[in-house]
Design a protein around this ligand. Structure first.
Ligand SMILES: [Zn+2]
Length: 325
């Protein structure tokens, strides 16, 4: 077996890189990348990734436990699975990223950053994921859960983002996100350069980016706060029934606009510490530039990922409307 997280933290290359155990074959494909293939026929191929931002520790620990329990035979694997710890260098140094944010570099965008470690890593992950999906029979359903945590507080503490996509939203994935007790789903309205946009657009995978609350340094996380998503991931890889949702119904939001900072004096009409999903009433000024209102709420809207510190030309927040059924 492989010590999935321990090898990454110690920067160790395993002496044995593939093998068979229980009813599956496993293969160590690169640092922080491990695949499992059941010997029996399977219906789903699933990418589980964490640590694309290196300091988002709790989901990294969940994937490490998951791999241990698969090797130990505690979990009976029923799907083809690839586990990915996205940014090993940043994981070791406890940083979000070293030189560039990997989750802005997928879909070929890494070619603009050819010399950096993160650009090479994104290219490597794109190739490994392509090989993984293309090695499956055509009828196998493809999934990608990319697990994150946030620094900013959030009025809706846990949520998932769907990349902009032209194929339908997968009912199994929606059921999993609901069972994971997420508070909200957010549907993007435009293409991005995220890992999930890559798997969704290139391989028609059912993909979502999960924001699972707060993380602390390794070993200090209260993993019980992540027990709902942990249970769901275990159900997903073993094809067992999902746990029942205990919370009220999940809320749905659509991205209607991105706020782009174009001037140095850009300001948001919001405290720096304001939580995600802060609300603006219709006609409220959301952002100012050059002393004038720059973005005004067209109706009641919510703001996600507000950040005035971005470079000019980059996104300083997303504007959402709620979808009510
Ligand atoms: Zn993240």
């Amino acid at each position: 077996m492989i010590d999935f997280l321990g090898d990454v933290l110690a920067q160790r290359i395993p002496t044995v890189s593939q093998g068979e155990q229980h009813d599956f074959r496993w293969e160590w494909l690169a640092e922080g990348v491990l695949s499992f293939t059941p010997k029996q026929a399977y219906e789903k191929a699933i990418v589980l990734s964490a640590g694309v931002h290196g300091n988002e520790t709790a989901p990294i620990e969940l994937l490490a436990q998951l791999s241990q329990d698969i090797f130990a035979g505690v979990l009976q694997l029923k799907v083809k699975l690839i586990l990915i710890l996205g940014n090993p260098v940043a994981i070791r140094s406890g940083q979000r990223y070293v030189e560039n944010d990997m989750n802005r570099m997928f879909c070929g965008a890494h070619q603009q950053f050819s010399e950096t470690f993160e650009a090479k890593r994104v290219a490597e992950l794109e190739q490994l994921v392509a090989d993984f999906f293309q090695s499956c029979p055509a009828q196998v359903k493809r999934y990608h859960y990319d697990l994150h945590t946030a620094i900013r507080l959030s009025l809706l503490p846990t949520f998932a983002l769907f990349p902009y996509q032209t194929h339908g939203y997968d009912a199994v994935m929606l059921a999993c996100l609901s069972a994971a007790e997420l508070d909200a789903l957010v549907y993007h309205n435009a293409a991005g350069r995220t890992f999930t946009h890559y798997t969704s657009s290139r391989f028609q995978a059912a993909s979502s980016t999960l924001e699972l609350g707060h993380a602390k340094p390794f070993g200090q996380n209260d993993l019980s706060a992540f027990s709902a998503i942990n249970q769901v991931l275990r159900s997903v890889v073993t094809e067992q029934a999902l746990p029942a949702r205990q919370k009220s119904a999940i809320k749905n939001f659509r991205v209607v606009d991105s706020i782009i900072k174009t001037e140095d004096d850009f300001q948001l009409n919001l405290a720096d510490s304001a939580p995600n999903f802060s609300m603006f009433q219709s006609d409220a000024v959301i952002a100012l530039q050059q002393g004038k209102p720059y973005v005004i709420a067209p109706e009641q809207v919510w703001i996600l990922f507000p950040n005035t510190q971005v470079k000019k030309g980059l996104r300083a927040g997303l504007i959402l409307t709620e979808l009510r059924s």
